[in-house]
Design a protein around this ligand. Structure first.
Ligand code: FAD
Length: 600
C-alpha cells in the first residue's frame, strides 16, 4: 500500500461556499470569475495532483536529484510533470494578467498549493520558489526588468530561486559576505557563495533566475547594507531570447533528511552579472515584502503534509485488523477489529483532522484578506485586511508547520512498525515535513516576529484586527443556544489570550528576554484560539445547514468542532500558566550548568 491522497475538495468547497462567501464576491468581480469557475479549477488541480504528482512522490524520494558536471538532473517523471504543470498555466494562476498570469484570487492559490504539497512537496518547491521570485520582482523591480522576466517566469519557461543563506549567515542576514561591485553600464558583478539554495540548479526550466542578497563596497554594516540583485543563470537578450551563460555554478547538492526530489544547492557566483532590484541597501525591505507570501505558503506546506498524513492513517486504521474493541467486538466476521476502534487511534486521528480543517479555514480567511487588501478602495478596510495578514503570517507559518510535523509523526504511530519501515511511504512524510519549521525563518524567529514586531506595531493595532473581530463575534453569539458547547470555551480561551498579551507586553518592557522567552508558547496560544474561533464559526454555519445534510457533512463538522473545543483548545490553560510563571527558569539558568563534561 502506498501514500493515500484525494484532494479534500468537499472541505475546500465548503470554505468557498459557506465560510468566506460573505466577503469573496468583490474578489470574484475583480478577477472576472464566478464561484463555479473556481470550483472547476479546484477539480482540475485535484486531478493533476492525484494522477500526476502523487505517483512520483515516493519514487522521487528514493531516486533523488543528481549533480553531474554542474547539471542537476531531477528524478524520473519530474520533467513530464513540470511540462504538464506549466503548459496548463498553473504557474501563473495568481500572477497579474499583464505578465501573462490569470490574476485569480490568492486564496484559491492557497488551496492549489495545499494539494501540491500533499501530493508532492518536493515538486511543489520548483514552482513555489518561482512564485516567490515573481512576487519579489513585481513589487520591487523596474518596469524593464519586470517586462523582461515576469512573462517567462509566469509561464514557467524560466524558474526562480531565493539566495539568502551563506555558510556563516543563516538567520542573521547582516553577516552576508557576497559582494556586488557596480559596473559602468549600471549592472553589478557578484562574487560569493550561497548555500542551501532550493532548486538552485535543475533540468526542468530553460533558465533559472536567482534573486541574491549581497553587499556593495562601502555599504553600511549589518542588515542596513544589504541589497537585492537579479542574477540569471543565462543572461537574456532584451527580446527575451537566451544569450550567454552567466558566471555562476552549482558546486554541490546537499544530502539531506527529506524533500529529496528537490535539490538544495551550493551556488558559487564568480563575478556573475546581476542587476539591482529595488533601492540600494534596501534589500531587506524588498525581502520582507515578499516574505509574507512565502511564509504563508510554507504554512500551507505544513497543512498539506498534515492532510496526506491524515488520509493515509485513516485508510490504514480502517483496514488494519488488530485486537478487539473493549466495548464488544465490532467485526465478528473477521479475526480482529480494525484499529479504528481503539480510543487512542481515534483521538489521534481527530487531532490531525480538526487541526487540519481548522487551519484550512484560518488560511482561507487570511488568503481572502490578502485579496481584499489588494483591491479595497476604503483606506480603513484595506488597512484592517493588511493588519490581519501581517499578524497571522508568523502564526500560520509556525503553527501549521509544527502541525505538519506532529501529524506526520502521529501517522507513523497509527501505522506502528509499518509506518517506520519505508514501504508505505509514511516515514517519508515525517522527513519531508521536517524542513518547513526551519526554512523561510525558523519557527522560533516567527514567534519573535509576533511578539517583538507585530505585537507592538502601530501601538497594538495589528492585534486589534483580531481581538475586535472575535469580540464582536462573541457579543453577537453569546446567547446562541446552538453554540452552547462552543461559546463558553471560546470566551475562556480568548480571555486567557488577552490576559497573557497584557502580561507579555508589560514584562517585555522591563526585560526583552522575558517577552522572547514567552514567544513560542504565546504563538501557539494565539493559533489555538484563532482555530477555536474558526471552529465556532463552522459550528454556527453547520447548525443552519442541518435540514439539508444528506451526507452528514455538517453534522460531522459540529462533532469535530466539539472535539477541538474540549480536547485541544484547553491547552491554552497550561500555556497561560507556563507564560505567567515567567522565563527566568531558563533565561537565568547558569550557563555553567549547561555542562558538556568537556571544554570547547
Ligand atoms: C532544505 C533547505 C532548503 C533551504 N532553502 C533555502 C533557500 O532556497 N534560500 C535560502 O536563502 N536559504 C534556504 N535555506 C536556509 C534556511 O532558510 C536556513 O537554514 C534558516 O534560515 C536557518 O538558518 P541556519 O540554518 O543557519 O540556522 P541558524 O541561524 O544558525 O539558527 C540555529 C538556531 O538558532 C536560532 N536562532 C538563530 N538566531 C536567533 C535569534 N536572533 N534569536 C533567537 N533564536 C535564534 C534559530 O531559530 C535556530 O533554532 C534552506 C535550508 C534547508 C535545510
Amino acid at each position: 500500500m502506498v501514500q493515500i491522497y484525494k484532494a479534500p475538495l468537499k472541505d475546500m468547497k465548503f470554505l468557498i461556499r459557506d465560510f468566506i462567501n460573505s466577503e469573496s464576491n468583490k474578489i470574484y468581480k475583480n478577477s472576472n470569475i464566478e464561484q463555479n469557475d473556481l470550483e472547476m479549477i479546484l477539480d482540475e488541480a485535484a486531478k493533476l495532483c492525484e494522477e500526476i504528482l502523487l505517483p512520483i512522490n515516493q519514487s522521487g524520494d528514493i531516486e533523488g536529484c543528481k549533480l553531474e558536471h554542474g547539471i542537476v538532473s531531477t528524478p524520473k517523471g519530474f520533467k513530464e510533470a513540470y511540462k504538464n504543470f506549466t503548459e496548463n498555466g498553473w504557474q501563473g494562476v495568481s500572477v497579474n494578467e499583464k505578465y501573462g498570469g490569470q490574476n485569480l484570487p490568492y486564496f484559491l492559490n492557497m488551496f492549489l498549493d495545499e494539494m501540491i504539497s500533499s501530493s508532492n512537496m518536493s515538486f511543489g518547491l520548483y514552482p513555489g520558489l518561482t512564485s516567490n521570485a515573481i512576487e519579489a520582482i513585481e513589487k520591487n523591480a523596474s518596469e524593464d526588468i519586470k517586462n523582461l522576466y515576469l512573462p517567462k517566469l509566469a509561464s514557467g519557461e524560466w524558474s526562480g530561486t531565493m539566495n539568502l543563506t551563506e555558510p556563516q549567515c543563516g538567520t542573521d542576514l547582516g553577516l552576508t559576505k557576497t559582494m556586488a561591485t557596480p559596473q559602468k553600464d549600471g549592472s553589478y558583478k557578484l562574487t560569493g557563495t550561497k548555500i542551501f539554495i532550493t532548486c538552485g540548479e535543475h533540468d526542468l526550466s530553460k533558465n533559472i533566475i536567482h534573486l541574491v542578497l549581497a553587499k556593495t563596497p562601502n555599504a553600511p554594516k549589518g542588515i542596513k547594507g544589504i541589497s537585492l540583485f537579479i542574477v540569471p543563470k543565462i543572461i537574456p537578450n532584451s527580446d527575451g531570447t537566451l544569450g550567454e551563460n552567466n558566471s555562476l555554478e552549482c558546486g554541490s547538492i546537499e544530502k539531506k533528511m527529506g524533500i529529496n526530489a528537490s535539490p538544495t544547492c551550493v551556488m558559487h557566483y564568480n563575478e556573475a552579472t546581476g542587476w539591482l532590484i529595488g533601492d540600494l541597501n534596501k534589500g531587506m525591505k524588498a525581502m520582507f515584502i515578499m516574505m509574507n507570501g512565502a511564509r504563508l505558503m510554507v504554512g500551507v506546506q505544513g497543512l498539506g503534509m498534515a492532510e496526506i498524513a491524515y488520509q493515509s492513517a485513516l485508510h490504514y486504521a480502517k483496514e488494519r485488523l488488530q485486537g478487539r474493541s473493549l466495548n464488544g467486538s465490532k467485526s465478528l466476521d473477521k479475526q480482529a477489529d480494525p484499529i479504528l476502534v481503539h480510543p487512542e487511534i481515534r483521538k489521534n486521528l481527530l487531532k490531525i483532522k480538526t487541526l487540519t480543517e481548522g487551519l484550512r479555514g484560518l488560511m482561507a480567511w487570511t488568503g481572502l484578506q490578502v485579496d481584499i487588501a489588494k483591491i479595497e478602495k476604503d483606506k480603513f478596510n484595506k488597512q484592517n485586511a493588511d493588519d490581519w495578514v501581517s499578524l497571522m503570517t508568523p502564526i500560520i507559518k509556525s503553527f501549521a508547520t509544527d502541525v505538519g510535523c506532529e501529524a506526520t509523526n502521529l501517522a507513523v504511530q497509527i501505522y506502528g512498525g509499518h509506518g517506520y519501515i519505508k514501504d508505505h511511504g509514511i516515514e517519508q512524510l515525517v522527513r519531508d515535513a521536517r524542513i518547513a519549521p526551519i526554512y523561510e525563518g525558523t519557527n522560533g524567529i516567527q514567534a519573535l516576529d509576533l511578539v517583538g514586531r507585530k505585537m507592538p506595531m502601530h501601538t497594538g493595532r495589528l492585534l486589534k484586527s483580531f481581538f475586535h473581530e472575535v469580540k464582536e463575534y462573541i457579543e453577537k453569539n453569546s446567547f446562541n443556544y446552538n453554540l452552547k458547547d462552543f461559546m463558553p470555551l471560546l470566551i475562556k480561551s480568548y480571555t486567557r489570550l488577552q490576559q497573557v498579551t497584557a502580561f507579555i507586553a508589560a514584562e517585555g518592557l522591563k526585560d526583552p528576554d522575558e517577552a522572547a522567552g514567552a514567544a513560542v508558547d504565546y504563538l501557539k496560544m494565539f493559533a489555538l484560539v484563532s482555530i477555536g474561533y474558526v471552529w465556532t464559526k463552522y459550528a454556527e454555519i453547520s447548525f443552519n445547514k442541518l435540514n439539508n445534510d444528506p451526507e452528514g457533512f455538517y453534522k460531522a463538522k459540529i462533532e469535530s468542532g466539539k472535539y477541538y473545543m474540549t480536547k485541544l483548545l484547553p491547552e491554552t490553560g497550561s500555556l497561560m500558566s507556563s507564560i505567567l510563571s515567567g522565563a527566568k527558569s531558563y533565561n537565568k539558568y547558569n550557563d555553567e550548568y549547561f555542562d558538556l563534561g568537556f571544554k570547547i
